[in-house]
Design a protein around this ligand. Structure first.
Ligand SMILES: N[C@@H](CCC(=O)N[C@@H](CS)C(=O)NCC(=O)O)C(=O)O
Length: 236
């Protein structure tokens, strides 16, 4: 692994799709790092002090300074370790802006609604509406892969970039959610390019190292959904 990594420490939780994004960036750049597992049910002083605004993982420490928000951290890794591994953002300002546009799209149109699926307070009809929004965002991403990214193997072109990391970090949760909600998000018939992208992405060494185990995530997601439903029942 490339040098410089010994100054890096990642605070995250094993199942966190946002933590997976940071791990992906670190592995793609070939950087070694220390890993500290956070217990979100009993947040550590380290988390509360290093991310006082959101109190969420992941947090990356570099030379003793804390960085928060997964995609901000991915940008930082790319800039701070520009000489290590492949670039994660394009060098051309326009292409860079396009990549950031799609990262923002993934956050607002995909991650936002998807988090709502796990909220116990949502009714069945509301969840069906949210699922519709996610499916429509997915169809737009399929179109983007064909048009903006010109049918290249990855959103980053021939190699993985920040858009791949933003979406790829969620991949195991997307698969688990398909089972949990009985909906196919990535379907070879409806979204052939995205499905092929997902296969290619999951086969990367960085993805194998960074993404959590599917079965373990599914088990956790089932428990989480049950707990959310239970909390609502107890409120009523
Ligand atoms: N926008 C944040 C989201 C981070 C996030 O939601 N992390 C979750 C774990 S997957 C968390 O720490 N939750 C603790 C809480 O909400 O109290 C990012 O991209 O880093």
């Amino acid at each position: 692994m490339a040098g410089g990594g010994d100054e890096l420490k990642l605070l995250s939780t094993w199942f966190s799709p946002f933590g997976s994004r940071v791990k992906l960036a670190l592995h793609l750049k070939g950087l070694s790092y220390a890993y500290v597992e956070e217990d979100l049910m009993n947040k550590s002083q380290l988390l509360l002090e290093s991310n006082p605004v959101h109190k969420k993982v992941p947090v990356l420490f570099h030379r003793g300074k804390a960085l928060c928000e997964s995609m901000v951290i991915v940008d930082y890794i790319d800039e701070a370790f520009a000489d290590a591994g492949p670039p994660l953002l394009p060098s051309d300002p326009y292409e860079r802006a396009v990549a950031r546009f799609w990262v923002a799209f993934i956050e607002t149109k995909f991650v936002g609604p998807w988090c709502q699926l796990f909220e116990g307070s949502k009714t069945r009809a509301e969840k069906a509406e949210v699922l519709k929004q996610i499916l429509s965002a997915r169809t737009i991403m399929e179109g983007a892969l064909a048009e903006c990214f010109k049918g290249k193997p990855f959103f980053g072109g021939d190699g993985v970039g920040c858009v791949d990391i933003a979406l790829g970090g969620l991949l195991v949760w997307v698969r688990a959610s398909e089972v949990l909600f009985g909906v196919k998000f990535l379907d070879a018939a409806a979204t052939p390019l995205l499905s092929a992208w997902a296969e290619r992405f999951a086969a990367l060494d960085a993805a194998k190292a960074a993404l959590p185990d599917f079965g373990r995530v599914l088990e956790y997601a089932i428990k989480m959904r049950g707990a959310a439903a239970g909390a609502v029942a107890a409120d009523n």
